[in-house]
Design a protein around this ligand. Structure first.
Ligand SMILES: Cc1cc2nc3c(=O)[nH]c(=O)nc-3n(C[C@H](O)[C@H](O)[C@H](O)COP(=O)(O)O)c2cc1C
Length: 206
C-alpha cells in the first residue's frame, strides 16, 4: 500500500527541486507574492524552484470514475486540463507547495479540484507522495485562512508527506494585489517556512 521509501541519494543540492503551485485566479496577486518570497529563500539555499500557475486554468473536479484505481498509473483520466502535468511535476520534485487565497473560508475551487485528483491518483498508485516535503500557504483579506490551510494539509496528511512548519500558521493578510508585503509577520512566516523546508530537504536528500 505505502510503496517504497521515497528518498534518493542526491549528492548535489542543486538537484533538489521544489514546485510551487499558485491556485489563485489572480495570477499576479497576493498568493503569487507569497510564493515568490518562499521561492527566493529556497533559491538562497541552492534549491531549484518553479512556480506553476494553476488558478487561471479550468481545473475539473474528480469524476469518481475509479480509473486511477484500475490503472494505478499515479495520474488522472482527465487530460483536458493541466492537472496531470502538475502531478508529474510533483513526482519529479522532492518538495512542493500549494498556495491558495481564501474564498468564503475555503481554498479556491481550482485548488480543491487539483488536490482531490492529485490525492486520489497518488494514493491509488501506492502513495507516490510519500515523504515528499510539502507545505500549504493561504492568503485572506481578514479570516478563514486557517481553515483553508487545513484543507490543503489534508492532502499531505493522507499522503504520508513530511510537513515543515514555521513561526505561525502559513498565512498572510491582504486584499489588493501586493498588500501582503505589508504584513510583516506574514512575510516572516513564509521566510521561516522556506528555511525549515530547505533544512528538512537537505536532511533527507543530501
Ligand atoms: C470570491 C472571493 C471570496 C473571498 N472570501 C474571503 C474570505 O472568506 N475571507 C477573507 O478574508 N477574504 C476573502 N476574499 C479575499 C481574498 O482572499 C484576498 O483578496 C486575497 O488577497 C486574494 O489573493 P490573490 O491576490 O492571490 O488572489 C475573497 C475574495 C474572493 C474573490
Amino acid at each position: 500500500m505505502t510503496g517504497d521509501i521515497n528518498t534518493k541519494n542526491i549528492k548535489e543540492e542543486e538537484e533538489m527541486k521544489v514546485t510551487l503551485f499558485n491556485c489563485s485566479p489572480r495570477k499576479d496577486g497576493n498568493t503569487f507574492e507569497a510564493l515568490k518570497i518562499i521561492k527566493t529563500e529556497l533559491e538562497k539555499e541552492s534549491i531549484l524552484t518553479e512556480i506553476v500557475q494553476l488558478g487561471c486554468e479550468n481545473i475539473y473536479g474528480c469524476e469518481a470514475c475509479g480509473t486511477c484505481k484500475k490503472t494505478q498509473s499515479g495520474f488522472c483520466k482527465i487530460e483536458k486540463d493541466p492537472v496531470n502535468n502538475a502531478i508529474k511535476k510533483i513526482y519529479e520534485s522532492e518538495g512542493f507547495i500549494i498556495g491558495s487565497p481564501t474564498y468564503f473560508g475555503s481554498i479556491t475551487p481550482q485548488a480543491k479540484a487539483f488536490i482531490d485528483r492529485t490525492g486520489y491518483a497518488n494514493r491509488a498508485a501506492g502513495t507516490k507522495l510519500k515523504r515528499k516535503v510539502a507545505a500549504g500557504i493561504t492568503i485572506a483579506r481578514r479570516a478563514g485562512e486557517v481553515n483553508a490551510l487545513n484543507q490543503i494539509n489534508n492532502l499531505f496528511m493522507l499522503s504520508q508527506c513530511i510537513i515543515p512548519c514555521s513561526t505561525y500558521w502559513n498565512i498572510a493578510i491582504g486584499r489588493e494585489k501586493g498588500a501582503i508585503l505589508n504584513d510583516k509577520e506574514g512575510v516572516e512566516t513564509f521566510i521561516n517556512l522556506a528555511e525549515n523546508m530547505a533544512w528538512i530537504l537537505k536532511k533527507i536528500y543530501l
